[in-house]
Design a protein around this ligand. Sequence first.
Ligand code: FES
Length: 114
Amino acid sequence: MNAPVTESQLDWRLIGTIDDVPLQGSRCVKNGETTIAIFRTAKDEIFALEDKCPHKNGPLSQGIVHDGCVTCPLHNWVISLESGMAQGADSGQTASYPVRVEGREIYLSLSPKV
Ligand code: FES
């Protein structure tokens, strides 16, 4: 079994600044075929999820950001920005990615959280 990857071993990439992401909105970055949505909360917290709802692949980047979650624009599932887990009675999980903010710069790791 592989040893867990520590934060210092992650491959951090500078993807822009907090100001590049609309407040309570998102901005997408591409990693090959994968689209990753970078979300900014009302408190300037930054999270990264694959732009794919665990229900039917709705574009979470076009959802409403609130209370540490995003509501999918297609059928209103509520997804945790931290874990990618569907909330309430719904079940499923989208990939979430580690992000680090230094000053106002956002660094993203392309190794999904487990
Ligand atoms: S695709 Fe997101 S709630 Fe249905």
